[in-house]
Ligand binder design. Structure first.
Ligand code: NAD
Length: 432
């Protein structure tokens, strides 16, 4: 089928490439001229494992192309997906201006029936607003349906998540749209749930808030474990092996970050408030998440005492492993706070350093280095801030001998505490 995707970012590009991979012809549209030029020249503007090869293969096969023109996308596709940003506003509500502007653009070039699919994460009732907007701004009486089709991919595992989804949610009232959406997703062989648009929109916010809740639950347990001498990894594993609970998203650490959980949680709290419900449970999830970072920083100051001029190596800048995304990254937050207290940092991340430089400017107190080992050299302490698996496999004997004082703060529980102690580290992790 001929498809277009408006917004070629972490969601739009991977979705477009996966749709092309199963045989659809996809036009990816983006307003950012640099991004489109990079893609047209064969470059990939983001890091996502496997994406480079997937995009190349489908471009070469003539199934995937890139343009800056929404009109070109809409003219040449039966179904138009919207995957533009829905960033948070200062009060936690969602900035829907990108969605509104794309809805107007689509309306302006609608000449025949189209299915307009919202893949961005949006508040309940957005599909209704999109439909109203398209109706108001269309220049012909061309018919259309609006579908809410939330995306559940995890950055770092996006291709796998898209090719083998747990479920596909199709929210719409139009039978014609349901049939087309089923056809688009048939090759993925996943369970399909058909709902009204409001329910589909709520599914996404409800799911992300629940996952954030699981993480905060594990983090709250980590406090109890530290106070009682228990080990949070053993406790969460023991809990998670109960099939009703599940082990995933039950890891204690520095707290959740990224472009989705913090903003989706704030948005859901705000949406609930607007609908007359004070979602105290989710406010507590947020509070636990911020407290987790405070507690970790406290551990660092309790151990190092004065931070001014302490040389601290930080391993990881991305908000999690396998991505170059630094949006709302706890690692970046941690660096900013350490710098504010006068520490001198050496930092390293396998993928996120270029993006990090835009928010953490290199300078006399902040040096970007080329390897994980260099981060340790001469430092008073080392912090693991992102759970890249390679950080757990460093040659710790070598690392220790290169440090000024062998103090290790493991914000992701990557190492075994007794092994770290055997190596001679003063080792602090989370809830163990
Ligand atoms: P992103 O910032 O990586 O990509 C969005 C793209 O849209 C950018 O390239 C931007 O230039 C482009 N854009 C903005 N306005 C445009 C316009 N008028 N016309 C064409 N292009 C335009 O964002 P993302 O991470 O891909 O997220 C997109 C949406 O998907 C958000 O609502 C997000 O909450 C949701 N989502 C994200 C993830 C994730 O892991 N990143 C997962 C599920 C859902």
């Amino acid at each position: 089928m001929n498809l277009s995707i408006i917004g070629t970012g972490y969601v739009g590009l991977v979705t477009g490439a996966c749709f092309a991979e199963v045989g659809h012809r996809v036009i990816c549209v983006d307003a950012d001229a640099n991004k489109v030029r990079t893609l047209q020249a064969g470059g990939i503007p983001i890091f996502e494992p496997g994406l480079d090869a997937l995009v190349r293969r489908n471009v070469a096969a003539g199934r995937l192309s890139f343009t800056q023109s929404t009109a070109e996308g809409v003219a040449n596709s039966e179904v138009v997906f919207i995957a533009v940003p829905t960033p948070p506003q200062p009060d936690g509500s969602v900035d829907l201006s990108y969605i509104e502007s794309v809805a107007r653009e689509i309306a302006g070039c609608l000449t025949g029936y189209r299915i307009i699919v919202d893949k961005s994460t949006v508040p309940v009732k957005t599909a209704e607003k999109v439909a109203e907007t398209v109706k108001r701004y269309r220049k012909t009486d061309a018919d259309f349906d609006v579908v809410s089709n939330p995306e559940f991919l995890r950055e770092g595992f996006a291709i796998d998540d898209l090719m083998k989804p747990d479920r596909i949610v199709i929210g719409t009232s139009g039978p014609r749209a349901v049939a087309k959406m089923r056809e688009i997703y048939a090759p993925f062989e996943a369970p399909v749930i058909v709902t009204d648009t409001n329910s589909a929109e709520l599914i996404k916010h409800a799911a992300n808030s629940f996952l954030a809740l699981k993480i905060s639950y594990a983090n709250a347990l980590s406090v109890i474990c530290e106070a009682s001498g228990a080990n949070v990894q053993e406790v969460t594993r023991g809990m998670g092996l109960d099939a009703r609970i599940g082990t995933r998203f039950l890891q204690a650490g520095l707290g959740f970050g990224g472009s989705c959980f913090p903003k989706d949680l704030s948005a859901f709290i705000k949406i609930s408030e607007q609908l007359g419900y004070d979602f105290q449970l989710l406010k507590e999830v947020q509070r636990i998440n911020s407290a987790q970072m405070e507690r970790f920083l406290q551990k660092i100051t309790n151990t190092l005492w004065v931070l001014k001029d302490k040389r601290i190596g930080v391993l990881g800048l991305a908000f999690k492993q396998n991505t170059d995304d630094i949006r709302s990254s706890p690692a970046i937050d941690l660096c900013q706070r350490l710098l504010k207290d006068g520490a001198r940092l050496k930092v390293y991340d396998p993928q996120a350093m270029e993006k990090a430089k835009a928010v953490l400017k290199p300078g006399p107190a902040l040096e970007y280095v080329a390897t994980a080992e260099e981060v340790a050299t001469g430092s008073d302490a080392l912090v693991i801030a992102t759970e890249w698996p390679q950080f757990g496999k460093l040659d710790w004997t070598k690392v220790k001998s290169s440090m000024a004082t062998p103090i290790l703060f493991d914000g992701r529980n990557l190492l075994d505490p007794s092994e770290a102690a055997t190596q001679g580290f003063t080792y602090k992790s989370i809830g163990r």
